[in-house]
Design a protein around this ligand. Structure first.
Ligand SMILES: Cc1cc2nc3c(=O)[nH]c(=O)nc-3n(C[C@H](O)[C@H](O)[C@H](O)COP(=O)(O)OP(=O)(O)OC[C@H]3O[C@@H](n4cnc5c(N)ncnc54)[C@H](O)[C@@H]3O)c2cc1C
Length: 426
């Protein structure tokens, strides 16, 4: 039986082969894909298949490569460096496939995963709706009728809607009044051939154009009961469970874009001569480059830690949201600084660097897997739920002096009566 985890040597050989393919055969197409909004499916999809890119996270026994998170993140970063649209396309495909691998029944995995690993099939990840945000306020309803779920409602912004043959849809199966019931949501795999299911393309995007983003509309679509991933009521676990690693995946794509922006700024600064000196010799430019490198390095270290936790199946909602938010802030700062270093040329497409495109592409990280406010919300919630002391601010196991109160780190706890006395309120 094939070993489940790729060895370091095999991984390194595979990584080199794929990165070589990306720079030789994909990067030269990136500007035209973005300009035209047309993805060369016939050319690139079979090559993605030859390189195993559709099955990066699918276990080997189901036809994929079964990469660990630590092994997967560099691929996302490199996709992002080469062409944002490739990153978006493969990120959504692999995250959705991961959900089936994590939560599907044996029969569902055997049916769906080999085709997903070959790229013969692709699955979207559909939570967001026009009139309700992600998660608990899902309004798209699925009502049981015999051996079918009858689905009514809509989803929008759905990535890969223009290419996928299946959609993993978050539906409300609990009663409409149960808005805060954690078991009220379920996950259904729905084919676009289902009567009552239509898909509309969405407008041109700020970046990452290619396979269109879509609006999925369900008008009494009848879906077989065996299409449910997980049990009835597992929806929150399926979708939020995948959002946690996916936040690290988005952060890795931020890392790739930020690294490319830094590489461009470094290259340009060494070539551009003003007043008989390269701009790299100017302290103000050196300061920009140094700060960009600091940001990139910090993000890389955060991601290494989160990947390690995810691979050990440790709960890391806080760390994954920190990575996602840091990734966004990093890529925004670094691409801004790169624009500053490159000057006016950066405002033009491919003149000679693709910085203008990378800048636009990176802004998608704002919305993916939750906006900054939502990341802060998740972080605060996770912080307040954790037993103290926290393990995030220390190198190694936090030190706890003997005999201290584990909750407050002090013995005895401080007298807080002053703070509680209404007379002392301002
Ligand atoms: C290009 C693109 C591709 C996408 N692909 C997918 C996809 O494949 N599948 C999918 O399901 N979704 C997808 N999304 C949706 C994405 O996850 C959402 O855009 C994101 O979750 C924000 O939702 P919203 O756009 O409705 O913003 P809104 O919910 O309208 O938020 C607007 C602002 O209000 C803030 N806000 C909202 N609620 C709260 C709150 N409770 N507390 C504090 N602040 C709040 C937000 O942070 C934001 O700043 C995609 C989005 C984009 C732009």
């Amino acid at each position: 039986m094939a070993r489940e985890i790729m060895s370091d040597a095999d991984y390194e050989a595979y990584r080199r082969k794929v990165f070589d393919f990306l720079w030789r055969e994909v990067e030269p197409l990136a500007a035209e894909i973005e300009r035209s909004g047309v993805f060369p499916n016939d050319d690139l999809f079979p090559k993605f298949c030859d390189h195993g890119l559709w099955g990066l996270l699918i276990p080997k026994r189901h036809g994929g490569l079964g990469l660990t998170t630590k092994q997967y993140l560099p691929f996302l970063a490199e996709f992002s460096k080469v062409a944002g649209v490739v990153r978006v396309l493969l990120h959504v495909h692999n995250t959705s496939a991961r959900a089936v691998a994590s939560y599907g029944t044996k029969a569902q995995k055997e049916k769906l995963l080999p085709a997903l690993a070959r790229g013969d099939s692709s699955l979207t990840f559909a939570i967001t709706e026009p009139n309700s945000g992600s998660g608990m306020d899902v309004a798209c309803r699925a009502v049981r009728d015999g051996d079918k779920w009858v689905v009514t409602g809509s989803k929008h912004y759905i990535t890969n809607a223009g290419l996928a043959d299946l959609h993993l849809v978050c539906c409300r199966t609990g009663a409409p009044g149960e808005r805060r019931d954690r078991r009220a949501l379920s996950a259904l795999v729905i084919s676009p051939d289902t009567p009552g299911f239509t898909i509309e393309p969405m407008p041109h995007l700020m970046g990452n154009n290619g396979p269109y983003h879509g609006i999925l509309r369900f008008d009494g679509a009848r879906v077989p009961v065996e299409s449910m991933i997980g049990a009835e009521g597992d929806g929150l676990e399926v979708f939020l469970g995948e959002l946690e690693p996916s936040r690290a995946f988005v952060a890795a794509s931020s890392l790739g874009a930020a690294e490319r922006a830094l590489e461009i700024a470094l290259d340009f600064s060494k070539r551009r001569v003003t007043f008989s000196k390269t701009i790299a010799e100017r302290p103000s430019i050196q300061a920009e480059l140094a700060e960009m490198a600091r940001d990139v390095y910090a993000l890389r270290l955060i991601l290494e830690d989160v990947a390690d936790k995810l691979d050990k199946n440790e709960d890391c909602a806080l760390e994954a949201s920190i990575a996602k938010l840091t990734g966004l802030e990093t890529v925004m700062r670094v691409t801004d600084k790169a624009l500053d270093v490159v000057g006016g040329r950066a405002y033009f497409a491919d003149y000679p660097y693709p910085l203008e495109r990378i800048y636009r592409e990176a802004r998608i990280n704002l919305a993916e897997e939750g906006t900054p406010s939502i990341q802060r919300l998740v972080m605060a919630r996770a912080l307040l739920d954790q037993p103290t002391p926290l393990a995030i601010g220390t190198l190694g196991t936090p030190y706890q002096p003997a005999g201290t109160d584990p909750a407050l780190g002090q013995n005895p706890p401080p007298d807080l009566s002053y703070a509680h006395d209404p007379k002392n309120a301002k």
